[in-house]
Design a binder for this molecule. Structure first.
Ligand code: LLP
Length: 429
């Protein structure tokens, strides 16, 4: 019997799904804290080299809360934020501001002001307009570390919405555009800026090692070109995130603990060939740290068979807490947490309760016969689920619970109906 199965029931982090549901109700996001920590530790241990300085930054867009900031800090990772809201959350959690990297293609004036006030470690500038806005905000005698978001034009095989470096991407400036070089020279002329290097990110949920290697080689070649054409030495290179996670048996992520040292080796060799100083290398994983640690628990309501024989199982959540199937046609696996070892030989479509035909959680999953009040556990929901949830249909966002060593800890409370109207004003107010 697996350690996740006792008496035909699913256990997560040593806690039974049944107990979690009884205590916190459904829908419920459950995160296995040890799994998140061990992924953080894996990056700390394997993204290292004797010859290259490295840093792992957690991409907080995948999942962020005060407790997650504390966890990331305690594991010694830095933090990538892309909005004032993420930045504020990190600040409120007491996350060290010098370990923050502030991204985004259209940071507002208020967001830039906040970043300067908090003295974040590095601002990743997306384009010239943003650069000029930033310059005007920096107080006298303050210096800001900046990186420039560049687009190396690598095509990684992933969904169009999450592929970021094709040539028409909204992110960053193309390395094939001469004006990018002019901007680099311009950045170097400002006393209030310390130009650190380049940031780029080729997409998300990528399974080909070669895409990352090609990416690093392309940026290094650009670093060499920049040096030859301008004399500017680029000290740092942030390669972004994008490592794939396993959602279903079809997904075959590569072993990061073997790949990360190989990537660094390639970076060392390529730098040598190009005769450039090997830059400090950063990576920014989000999904690969949290996705597989997460489960969403739902209570089964009705079931229904259509005239053509399609079998629906309805749950008490929806696309409001599980957006990725509707948005990306993403595939998921699930089990009935209280019938773990029962034979699963019939295919079901798991549908939510939102008022929209596209509100499908899983198109096709084999389950034992579902009955009302069963607990459905959808796997691999730790990344881009809570962070992409909404209040569509005025549904309340689920609670989030960390589980570890047989204990659970509530880290985000379930929203209430009062929360839903918190910002509403009546006509007569
Ligand atoms: N760094 C930057 C600059 C990024 O834009 C992203 C993701 C990451 C790091 C982290 O990538 P990861 O390691 O998580 O793949 N909502 C989509 C994913 C969008 C990713 C956007 N950027 C999804 O649910 O699949």
């Amino acid at each position: 019997m697996s350690k996740n199965t006792i008496n035909n029931h699913l256990y997560i982090g040593g806690v039974s799904a049944f107990d979690l549901v009884r205590t916190y109700h459904t829908p419920l996001y459950v995160m296995d804290e040890s799994k998140i920590r061990s992924q953080c530790q894996m990056f700390k241990k394997h993204f290292v080299s004797d010859h290259i300085e490295t840093e792992t930054i957690y991409a907080s867009k995948a999942f962020l809360s005060l407790a997650m900031c504390e966890l990331v800090d305690s594991e010694g990772l830095s933090l990538d934020v892309v909005s004032g809201g993420e930045l504020y959350t990190a600040h409120q959690a007491g996350f060290p501001m010098h370990k923050i990297y502030f991204h985004g293609n259209n940071k507002s004036l208020e967001e830039l002001k906040l970043a300067i006030e908090y003295q974040v470690g590095t601002i990743v500038v997306d384009h010239r307009h943003e650069l000029l806005t930033l310059i005007n905000l920096i107080p006298k005698n303050q210096k800001i570390n900046v990186m420039l978001r560049v687009n190396p034009g690598i095509e990684a095989h992933t969904h169009e919405y999450i592929r970021t470096t094709h040539h028409d991407s909204k992110f960053g400036l193309s390395i094939y555009d001469e004006s990018t070089l002019d901007l680099i020279k311009e950045i170097n002329q400002y006393d209030s800026l310390i130009f650190k290097g380049f940031h780029s990110h080729i997409g998300s949920q990528i399974f080909e090692e070669q895409s990352f290697i090609e990416h690093a080689q392309t940026v290094l070649t650009y670093i060499s070109d920049v040096y030859l054409k301008t004399g500017i030495v680029v000290e740092e290179m942030n390669l972004g995130g994008g490592f794939g996670a396993k959602y279903t048996a079809e997904d075959k992520p590569f072993e990061l603990k073997f790949f990360l040292p190989t990537l660094l080796e390639h970076i060392g060799e390529t730098s040598k060939k190009l005769r450039i100083k090997v830059p400090k290398v950063f990576i920014e994983p989000g999904r690969s740290i949290v996705a597989e640690a997460g489960y969403t628990l739902y209570t089964v309501g009705g079931t229904k068979k259509t005239t053509s024989g399609k079998q629906y199982v309805f749950i008490d959540g929806s696309m409001a807490d599980h957006m990725r199937t509707a948005l990306y046609q993403a595939k998921y696996d699930a089990v009935i947490a209280n019938k773990l070892n029962d034979e699963a030989n019939t295919s079901y479509t798991v549908a939510g309760k939102a008022c929209e035909s596209g509100d499908i959680i899983i198109k096709d999953v084999k389950l034992p016969k579902p009955e009302a009040n069963d607990i459905l556990a959808v796997k691999t929901t730790g990344a881009y689920h809570y962070s992409m949830s909404s209040n569509y249909n005025r549904l309340t966002r689920p609670a989030v619970v960390f589980v570890k060593d047989g204990k659970s800890k509530l880290i985000v409370q379930r929203e209430t109906y009062q929360d839903l109207i918190r910002n509403d004003l009546k006509l007569e107010d």
